[in-house]
Design a protein around this ligand. Structure first.
Ligand code: FES
Length: 128
């Protein structure tokens, strides 16, 4: 699939060491909700819903000292590198390629990794 890089904001819009949010208008009129984590000049994009009980990472997400995305409700931890749960790696938060270009944060919305656990829907099909 051809990458579809979208600008989700300026790097300065996302505080270093924190998790923010971004919304991307899809071509079919729906909206993709993303959580954007920033560590220095590196950015990471995730579907904005915890696979445990659905908490929005953009509001409750935290970064720990080990480079994981934490959900602020029950503190499940997911690797920034690939969205995998740190203890149960088959449980995955869909994540998207993200990069900084100039002062812009770009996300390839075609790059979502499909969740590996039954019962969690594809965010582009069900939860966008
Ligand atoms: S809702 Fe995220 S850990 Fe429970």
């Amino acid at each position: 699939m051809t990458p579809d890089w979208r600008r989700v904001g300026a790097l300065a819009d996302f505080a270093d060491g924190e998790v923010g949010g971004a919304r991307v208008a899809l071509d079919d009129g729906r909206e993709l909700k993303l959580a954007i984590a920033r560590r220095g000049d590196a950015v990471y994009a995730f579907f904005d819903q915890c696979p445990h009980r659905g908490a929005p990472f953009s509001e409750l997400g935290l970064l720990d000292d080990e480079g994981n995305l934490l959900c602020g409700w029950h503190y499940w931890a997911f690797r920034l590198s690939d969205g995998a749960h740190t203890v149960l790696p088959n449980l995955v938060v869909p994540c998207y390629p993200a990069r900084v270009q100039g002062d812009a944060v770009l996300v390839d919305i075609t790059g979502a990794r499909r969740p590996a656990v039954a019962g969690i829907e594809d965010p582009k099909e069900e939860d966008a």
